[in-house]
Design a protein around this ligand. Structure first.
Ligand SMILES: [Zn+2]
Length: 370
């Protein structure tokens, strides 16, 4: 716990702002659901959180950029309400100052290129408001970059693969601004197209190792090696479906079993994800039994560290963005369990510092220049 509290802990991916927007939660106060609020963040030793700005593919030209800005507004209003506990930071110097001031360093990651609506000036606007990374695509492709989801499930319907010429201009522009390029959702082709031209280290903000679970959102060994060669970092996702190769089958069977309830709740909420969350809450024992052991999450961190080096792995929980996490990983107060597990595996204090936050700070500085 001493080692954990002293280290700077950075989590590169949390979706709580979507809940704040939908449910008008005040995460400055202790919440009974979800994974993050300012009270629990303190208990878990969390020093810096990159808040994901996200909207679904139903938002497009004329609406997606606006939606992204409304989410950023909700983060700004949280910071305005609790200025002594949370502050917006844009680079590693500001991050370290926030930590010294005992405030949660809040950063902004925009999860999906569709939110720039094919406009270079929208990248500038989002950068001015604090965007530290842009995930080039979410599950939906853009006109300039294809996603892992589409390359796997909609390959023939795509009119291009990887980055287009305009996509390459966007990469150069992000490099020039010092906005980190996030390759967690883009396709393998986009991944390598970016690595061929970027002049800054990239990140994968919330992905796991494909070798341990062959899911399109996880990175293959060759991708991990290429990422390390670029000086980049992969931040390991906690979602059961990415951690555990047996989870998807169990979850499918669970949803099929409770299909009637799921369908009627979907009608009530007019929202599939909300209905899904309710089903998981209603059938708690069954949901609990589907959670993988915490050791499997640690295995992803250990696998990546052993394959490409301890300088290239970190933590990107995807908390507040998924319906299931490994056993014992209930919310942000459980981060110390990762530190304890790494110590048990023989990781040194110095290595743990890198995994918990040092690697993020290095790659951030390499992008922003400070
Ligand atoms: Zn995501």
């Amino acid at each position: 716990m001493k080692i954990h509290q002293r280290a700077i802990l950075v989590d590169t991916h949390n979706d709580v702002l979507s809940n704040v927007q939908i449910n008008h939660e005040d995460i400055g106060k202790l919440q009974t659901d979800g994974q993050l609020d300012l009270v629990r963040a303190k208990q878990g030793g969390l020093d810096c959180q990159v808040f994901s700005i996200w909207c679904g593919p139903q938002y497009g030209k004329g609406t997606a950029f606006k939606f992204a800005n409304r989410e950023i507004d909700s983060l700004y209003s949280l910071i305005n309400r609790y200025p002594d506990r949370i502050t917006l930071v844009r680079n590693s110097a500001e991050l370290k100052k926030a930590v010294a001031d005992h405030k949660l360093a809040a950063m902004i990651g925009v999860e999906g290129g569709h939110m720039i609506e094919d406009r270079m000036d929208y990248i500038d606007s989002l950068h001015k408001r604090g965007m530290c990374y842009l995930t080039l695509t979410w599950n939906n492709s853009t006109s300039w970059a294809t996603s892992a989801y589409d390359e796997k499930f909609r390959y023939d319907s795509l009119d291009h693969h990887g980055l287009t010429e305009y996509g390459k201009q966007i990469v150069h522009h992000l490099n020039d601004l010092g906005v980190m390029i996030d390759l967690s959702h883009p396709s393998e082709k986009t991944f390598y197209d970016v690595l061929a031209i970027t002049n800054k280290p990239v990140i994968a903000s919330h992905s796991c190792a494909y070798a341990l679970n062959p899911h399109q959102r996880n990175l293959k060994d060759d991708q991990l090696k290429a990422l390390a060669k670029n000086g980049g970092v992969v931040f390991v996702n906690f979602y059961s479906g990415f951690v555990d190769s047996t989870y998807a089958k169990k979850a499918d069977a669970f949803r099929l079993k409770h299909k009637a309830a799921l369908d009627s709740l979907t009608k009530v909420y007019n929202d599939e994800d909300l209905a899904d969350d309710r089903i998981y809450a209603m059938y708690k024992a069954e949901a609990e039994s589907m959670r993988p052991p915490l050791s499997l999450l640690i295995k992803h961190i250990d696998y990546i560290a052993k394959l490409i080096g301890v300088d290239h792995v970190g933590i990107g929980s995807d908390f507040d963005g998924a319906e299931s996490y490994p056993k014992g990983m209930d919310d942000v107060t459980d981060y110390p369990k990762i530190t304890a597990a790494l110590l048990r595996l023989g990781y040194s204090e110095k290595d743990i510092d890198k995994i918990l936050g040092g690697n993020f700070i290095r790659v951030l500085k390499a992008n922003t220049g400070k």
